[in-house]
Design a protein around this ligand. Structure first.
Ligand code: E4P
Length: 233
């Protein structure tokens, strides 16, 4: 559900959520302990990076993530045909109430998103690189769409322009599908996603933690502590 209000034509409230983009349990726990984590996204590459092999281990890992975080956890199907995606998606959705079935932006994927939407199973349409793809996924009833900001930047397109364009379209059209800015590579991507109207960012832990940093904060704190020490000397 998008919470967007207009005052004199400008967007004033959206409350962007923070998801972590990893299958690493220690990093998920660290982000969760910060108190700002709203969910987790994974993909087959991130699962492979953690060395999670075999269906049983993959399913158990999703369950472990769901136990760590009280928020949505995107779990991606591997099949690329409609029947296969439906079969896998139903197994994934049955693992835990917080699982969101991640479906690739392909023709059968759109059919699967519509199928799951009719059944009340939430979906995240992944590998979105254009406004047209975003509109199709929203029309099919995707809960989330994941435009890949960093991968667009990598090939010389402005990923953030896509977030702004989709945000504008969804607002004008009243689509309830949430924009999950993915393939985040740095803290600027997070800040710009907030400006552009993303409902959620999913980011590696390092980019989230980089938001904390400012040299003047460090310098100021050092000074405050030094002055306090002088008073108590
Ligand atoms: C998340 O859902 C995506 O799979 C992920 O953000 C992709 O990020 P990458 O482009 O850094 O692999």
């Amino acid at each position: 559900m998008r919470f967007i209000y207009f005052i004199c034509g400008s967007k004033t409230q959206n409350n962007m959520k923070f998801f972590i983009d990893t299958a690493n349990l220690a990093q998920i726990k660290e982000a969760n302990d910060l108190g700002i984590l709203d969910g987790v996204t994974t993909n087959p590459s991130l699962m492979a990076k953690e060395g999670i092999k075999g269906d049983a281990a993959v399913m158990q890992h999703y369950k472990d993530i769901c136990e760590l975080v009280d928020g949505d956890v995107s779990a991606e199907v591997i099949a690329t045909d409609f029947n296969g995606m439906v079969k896998e998606g139903e197994i994934l959705a049955a693992l835990h109430k917080n699982i969101v079935v991640k479906i690739p932006m392909i023709k059968d994927g759109i059919k699967a998103i519509k199928y799951f939407s009719n059944k009340g199973i939430r979906t995240n349409c992944t590998l979105v690189f254009s406004a047209g793809q975003a509109i199709l996924a929203a029309k099919a009833g995707a809960s989330y769409i994941s435009p890949f900001v960093g991968r667009l930047d990598d090939i010389g397109f402005d990923g953030m322009e896509l977030i702004a364009q989709i945000s504008h379209i969804f607002t004008v059209q009243g689509y309830e599908t949430e924009i999950l800015a993915a393939s985040i590579r740095n803290p600027i991507h997070i800040i710009k996603s907030a400006e552009a109207g993303a409902d959620i960012i999913t980011s590696p832990l390092a980019s989230i933690l980089a938001l904390l940093n400012h040299p003047l904060t460090d310098k100021g704190l050092e000074q405050f502590l030094a002055d306090h020490k002088k008073l108590n000397a």
